[in-house]
Design a protein around this ligand. Structure first.
Ligand SMILES: Cc1ncc(COP(=O)(O)O)c(C=O)c1O
Length: 469
């Protein structure tokens, strides 16, 4: 249906049947708003108010002010149409709506620690506000914060950077957005191991690139092999994303495996390594996490390290992420940021400085609590018929294999894919989980255990009941 027909119907205007059936319809299909056959209120030269439409130059004016946007149909770019809204945020919105209607929904969907931001960080931001730290800062962050990031990278990761190689952004998601905007041209390929964090493919698409997925599963503990990487690399590859520990699987590569992958990438001179290390602090069983950039100067030059304070300092709402890279890439990202968001919030940066330079004891306590929950959530999931779950090696998500449940009917509801299963569980068990399709594996569900032990016990009891009946 044409937009003007839609607008007229929306406004309750009767469209003469003759115009729909005969020649004028054909004409209507091809006319532009400026055409004399169809006058449209947005054409000022015709002296029509923006709220009216008429079908021919002799037709009377029809009031369309009551219809959506006064008949104006906004053009949405191909770029925006290429991508999907974040599936995790979509589940959260559904759960929130149900909660606002009085339904007691338990959340396993959120990707943020359920601990509060430590007080010394909050106090630093409050102090900054009180002292008038409320103005623009340099677009890529304050020099002090960038120096603290360099210190962190030197002391914790053995990586030496100068402050002009650091870009502080509004969350690590924003850092990643900047990276793809700065490195990807239309037609370029970006390799993404699957399952992947939901935003990588869409950010690549937004930059005009093509995501190339390398599938993994439980057999390889959700890790890609050097052989798979070698096969996926082509002359069009401009970036390889590595996310260890991974969201959603928790997969954490051993240092030797990271080195092997790095050596393969080195043989492709155009490929940048995007190393998303946001969960580096949340690992279990004494696992060692090593940045791929630390395996020598060649790999360091190739790598853009992505990190932030959302997960390690429980600062998701503060929106602070950062990158460390070669200077040329930092400059390109800085340029993009200077023309889009400008600096991250001034007093949030003061909080970030306190997080990086202040005490870190909360990190150990948080990880110990996540460890307890990870074991419990995995045990409970493995007790549900048709569900299996590997013990995650890092991050705070259980990635449950629900293949044994799919294809069945529960309470009269046919459940054939992860989306239908998540919907069924939300409706029947009142638990919000994220379907695996958003992460590139439609047989799985992601459950965040960044929630209380009581919620875990109760939620998984409900899941068991819903899938046993
Ligand atoms: C793997 C991964 N990278 C990046 C981010 C973005 O984090 P931020 O909140 O700093 O934007 C997330 C958030 O969930 C994530 O899971």
């Amino acid at each position: 249906m044409n937009w003007w027909t839609e607008a007229a119907i929306d406004a309750g205007i009767e469209i003469p049947l003759v115009r729909l059936l005969h020649a004028p319809l054909r004409k209507l299909k091809s006319v532009q708003p400026s055409d004399s056959v169809l006058d449209f209120g947005q054409q000022p030269r015709r002296n029509l108010p923006q709220t009216h439409i008429c079908w021919t130059s002799v037709d009377r004016l029809h009031d369309i002010s009551g219809c959506k946007n006064g008949g104006y149909v906004v053009q949405i770019s191909d770029r925006a149409n290429r991508i999907q809204p974040s599936p995790t945020l979509a589940v959260s919105a559904k759960a929130k709506k149900m909660r606002s209607e009085g339904v007691d929904v338990l959340s396993f969907d959120v990707g943020e620690p359920d601990f509060d931001t430590p007080d010394h960080i909050k106090m630093a931001a409050i102090k900054a506000l009180v002292q008038g730290d409320t103005k623009y800062t340099p677009a890529t962050g304050t020099e002090k914060l960038k120096a603290a990031i360099c210190k962190k990278l030197r002391e914790e990761n053995g990586l030496e950077y100068s402050t002009n190689q650091i870009v502080v952004s509004c969350g690590a998601k924003h850092s990643l957005y900047n990276i793809f905007q700065a490195t990807v041209n239309p037609g370029d390929e970006v390799i993404i191991p699957a399952p992947y964090w939901v935003s990588y493919p869409d950010q690549v698409l937004l930059a005009g690139g093509t995501p190339v997925f390398i599938p993994t599963d439980e057999i390889t503990k959700f890790k890609i092999s050097p052989r798979q990487l070698e096969d996926a690399l082509t002359d069009r590859t401009v970036a390889v994303v590595l996310n260890s520990p991974s969201n959603p699987t928790g997969a954490t590569y051993l240092p030797e495996a990271v080195r092997e992958l790095g050596e393969i990438i080195l043989s492709h001179p155009r490929a940048t390594i995007v190393s998303d290390e946001i969960y580096e602090k949340i690992v279990y069983d004494g696992r060692e996490v090593v940045s791929i950039a630390s395996f020598g100067p060649e790999l360091k030059a190739r790598t853009v390290v992505v990190n932030g304070l959302s997960k390690s300092a429980s600062m998701t709402g503060w929106r602070l992420g950062y990158t460390a890279s070669v200077k040329e890439l930092a400059e390109a990202m800085g340029k993009i940021q200077s023309q889009s968001t400008s600096n991250p919030t001034s007093f949030a940066q003061a909080g970030g400085l306190a997080a990086l330079l202040g005490p870190k004891d909360f990190e150990g306590a948080m990880v110990a609590e996540f460890d307890r929950r990870r074991r419990r959530v995995t045990d409970l999931l493995n007790g549900i018929p048709g569900i299996t779950c590997e013990l995650p090696e890092g991050a705070f998500y259980a990635f449950a294999n629900a293949a044994g449940v799919l294809g069945k009917s529960y309470q009269g509801t046919q459940v054939d894919n992860s989306g239908q299963l998540a919907d069924y569980l939300l409706r029947e068990a009142r638990i919000a989980v994220v379907p695996g399709n958003g992460f590139g594996l439609d047989t799985h569900l992601r459950l965040s255990y960044a929630t209380s032990m009581e919620c875990i016990e109760e939620g998984l009891k409900r899941m068991q009941q819903a899938l046993t009946s």
